[in-house]
Design a protein around this ligand. Structure first.
Ligand code: ATP
Length: 605
């Protein structure tokens, strides 16, 4: 019956749930829908549409808002320059009336679809929708995706299409938690999902709400939802929370949380959202097979990149690049390194019910560390043995609050992300954030609105910005001699967001006469600019000379990162243009030295 149920019935449920304030009413309406319109043998067809972010049966659609916008414009046969197309491309700024629906892609799409699709339902069934979503996930290029979307548009009205878009973007904004949906479905659903990350299995095993399910333990080969850490603001509150417990302090590594499942010769790498990252297998799986000394095992830890020339972990962000280099057999000083901070399964038994102290013993016993490739994080030895002289340990037993304070200060000075504080007597619990693990992170440079930087180059945009400069390469000044203007500018970061279309157009118009095409490698940048050889840094145009340029105030509420792409020693993680400083002459650009001091003072070094 579920399959033949019309999607429009589900849409009425969604609309109703979204509009209702009361959680209990939302839950009972959902129950009624299951009882009336779904067949127990096929709950999955419906539930996968209600909890799309948990459905792993279908591959990824490869559609984020911007690509989806292009596909919809093509599917609706609109001109890319038409006001409606621009509305879709510009969804962050809102639809017809700027500001209304800003940042909500599905609502902007609804506005655009309404005038084209009409009100009457196209009669699409849940089965047809699931089949079309399968084709969408399987389609390999934009044209195929566009054709599936155009079929969907023909079979729906604008309201139905709005919900399909939310399903594709995997966020229904229903105002009912995943927990409530699970509980209403079956009292054991959440537990079973937490240890299997398999929505289909949950729907099939728990069809009968009155039949309780025996608590299931974790299994090798099935991703398990990770133990999480609760945020604390300072050492004292951390110490108070773990009062009377034996406590271990660990460095918070900034990589990818990955569970490694070893099953004989088979190795899986599950991320936090239970995707299997097989790309980590090249160069890593053989190592796991040889150095994890038990046939079946689950490790919990962080996938990082180790820089063997610097003898330390590289900054966050290069995992995929290094995984690809390993796959292509490229030689590099950098390699993937897995830091196992926990072990969840050994041989044929789950060990999550044992204490962390016992699990540390198992890590020591069953994992043979290899410097810079496979490390274990335990208080005595492990990765501590590979720290450079002068570097703080990365795992340490704490005896008092001062130990926590000192460890935190030293760790942050060492440029690590923060610390994790763990109860050594605690078991490992899927999806738990109740405080067995605590995390403490520094506040990074917050309002860095003093960063007045000079535009030194430009990058062409795509889509509606095609053919025009839409992003800038900005630079910091090299500290000039007293009473002179700076002569050289050092590339600092690439920034494109923050300005309205009009503001952006005004800057581009002003600078256009001074744009010079970058003819790498025939011709390098103008001699005023100091840049690296990294290809990501090469702008499409340079500003002919700095005195023709404009200062931008940029902000970044996330921390700075050590820069390898740009010539300046640090860059910003999520830079945004705050405003254009037409009032500030080019030579008042921030200099590198002042910026480095600002970073050090913010990070407490
Ligand atoms: P954040 O964005 O701060 O990483 P989060 O929501 O991803 O937070 P949390 O549970 O809050 O995850 O923080 C724990 C995360 O910290 C883990 O998911 C893991 O990726 C990372 N981590 C780094 N080092 C450790 C460590 N030694 N022990 C546990 N987790 C660690």
């Amino acid at each position: 019956m579920t399959d033949e149920t019309k999607f429009s019935v589900m849409v009425s449920l969604f609309e109703w749930i979204q509009k209702t304030k009361y959680a209990t009413k939302k839950r009972s309406k959902f129950r009624k829908f299951l009882d009336t319109f779904c067949k127990p043998d096929d709950y999955f067809s419906a539930i996968r549409l209600i909890l799309p972010s948990l459905d792993r049966e279908r591959g990824s659609y490869g559609l984020k808002e911007s690509v989806l916008a292009t596909c919809l414009v093509d599917a609706l046969a609109m001109s890319r320059e038409s006001p409606d197309a621009l509305r879709l491309f510009n969804w962050r700024k809102g639809g017809a009336k700027t500001g209304v629906n800003a940042g909500n892609f599905s609502l902007v799409a609804f506005e655009v679809l309404q005038s084209r699709q009409g009100m009457s339902s196209g009669g699409l069934t849940i089965k047809e929708l699931n089949d079309l979503l399968d084709s969408l996930a399987l389609s390999e290029n934009r044209a195929e995706k566009t054709s599936v979307l155009s079929t969907l548009i023909k079979k729906t009205n604008a309201q139905e299409m709005k919900w399909i878009i939310m399903i594709i973007l995997k966020d229904l904004k229903l105002g009912i938690s995943e927990k409530s949906i699970f509980h209403e479905f079956h009292p054991d659903a959440e537990d079973l999902f937490n240890v299997t990350c398999d929505l289909k299995l949950v729907c099939e095993k728990l069809k009968d709400r009155s039949q309780r399910h025996k608590r299931q333990d974790i299994e090798v080969g099935k991703a398990v939802r990770p133990q999480l850490a609760m945020r604390v603001s300072d050492a004292h509150s951390a110490w108070k929370k773990l009062h009377g417990k034996d406590v271990v302090l660990e460095c918070k590594f900034d990589g990818d949380r990955i569970q490694i499942h070893k099953n004989g010769p088979e190795v899986h790498y599950f991320s936090r959202n239970f995707l299997d990252h097989s790309e980590y297998g090249h160069g890593m799986s053989d190592l796991i097979i040889q150095n994890v000394l038990v046939d079946r095992c689950i490790l919990d830890g962080e996938m990082l990149v180790w820089d063997s020339s610097l003898n330390r972990f590289a900054e966050f962000g290069s995992n995929q690049e290094i995984a690809k280099a390993a796959k292509d057999g490229l030689d590099s000083d950098r390699q993937l390194c897995y830091v196992a901070f926990d072990i969840l399964y050994v041989g044929d038994t789950s060990v999550i019910h044992q204490s962390l102290r016992e699990r540390h013993d198992l890590l020591r016993k069953f994992v043979r560390p290899l410097k810079g490739r496979l490390e274990i994080l335990v208080p005595d030895g492990g990765l501590n043995d590979h720290r450079l002289p002068g570097e703080p340990p990365c795992s340490l037993i704490a005896y008092n609050v001062n130990d926590v304070e000192r460890f935190f200060e030293e760790t942050v000075k060492n440029r690590d992300e923060g610390i994790i504080i763990k109860d050594l007597g605690s078991k490992w619990e899927p999806s738990d954030r109740s405080g067995k693990w605590l995390k403490m992170k520094p506040e990074y440079i917050q309002a860095a609105s003093d960063l007045d930087v000079l535009i030194i180059g430009g990058y062409y945009g795509s889509g509606r910005h095609g053919g025009e400069v839409a992003q800038f390469l900005v630079g910091l000044a090299e500290l000039p001699a007293p009473n002179t203007y700076p002569r050289r500018f050092i590339s600092f970061c690439r920034v494109g967001t923050g300005l309205s279309d009009d503001e952006l157009a005004a800057v581009v118009t002003k600078l256009k006469p001074y744009f010079r095409k970058y003819e790498y490698p025939k011709k390098g940048p103008p001699s005023f600019y100091h840049v690296t050889n990294n290809s990501k840094e090469r702008p499409d145009v340079w500003i002919e000379s700095p005195e023709k340029s404009i200062i931008l105030s940029i902000t970044s509420d996330i921390r700075t990162i050590s820069s390898e792409v740009f010539a300046a020693p640090y860059s910003l993680r999520f830079p945004r243009i705050d405003r254009v400083r037409y009032d500030k002459p080019w030579h008042e650009c921030l200099d590198v030295q002042s910026f480095v001091e600002l970073v050090h003072s913010s990070n407490g070094t």
